[in-house]
Design a protein around this ligand. Structure first.
Ligand code: C2E
Ligand code: C2E
Ligand code: C2E
Length: 91
């Protein structure tokens, strides 16, 4: 469904990400590093990512985007305002 207001942004906390167990956070860490490299954006403490990137990460983690969003928030690596931002289906 299209929202009238701009959706809350998806903002990764790169410092918090470094302190997580690599066995769980590894795919997210590598994904974020790839985006930083593509942008040439190495100096930030945070990284704004695309809505589509959460859907891609959901495939990688074999979770629904909603579940994965909540998990990343519970890890402290995604801003809590992102909750409800990513829809499970595009239809
Ligand atoms: P691209 O998607 O062809 O985007 C080219 C340029 O358009 C980007 O260069 C950026 O200056 C601008 N741009 C595109 N979408 C946005 C946006 O939503 N917000 C802003 N502020 N600018 C946007 P940049 O940043 O050097 O990125 C180069 C390429 O790296 C991009 O080419 C894309 O292929 C990839 N990339 C960068 N950041 C992301 C990301 O967050 N997610 C994904 N999936 N790819 C990304
Ligand atoms: P904001 O979106 O609330 O971002 C606040 C600050 O968070 C930014 O301050 C920057 O220090 C950091 N930040 C957010 N996302 C990223 C990221 O992907 N990489 C890095 N390295 N840092 C990030 P900054 O740069 O002084 O920008 C201040 C405000 O200017 C931003 O507030 C936003 O409203 C606007 N802005 C800056 N760049 C863009 C952009 O590419 N697109 C849009 N639409 N607004 C931008
Ligand atoms: P933003 O720069 O404030 O962009 C907000 C939304 O406007 C984006 O949400 C996207 O839907 C649209 N948008 C902005 N610029 C472009 C563009 O060049 N092409 C297209 N097709 N759409 C654009 P989205 O994709 O969820 O991205 C959220 C935030 O992630 C962006 O906020 C920006 O901070 C960051 N981001 C995403 N892609 C890139 C990128 O390629 N390069 C950079 N530097 N930042 C990006």
């Amino acid at each position: 469904a299209a929202a009238a207001a701009a959706p809350p942004r998806l903002i990764l906390d790169l410092e918090a990400l470094q302190h997580l167990d690599a066995s769980e956070a590894g795919p997210l860490t590598r994904y974020a590093a790839t985006i930083q490299a593509q942008r040439g954006d190495y100096n930030g403490k945070v990284l704004s990512i695309r809505q589509d990137d959460m859907r891609t990460l959901a495939v990688i983690y074999d979770e629904s985007p909603t579940t994965l969003t909540e998990r990343f928030i519970s890890w402290g690596v995604l801003n809590p305002e992102a909750k409800g931002d990513v829809e499970d289906s595009s239809e």
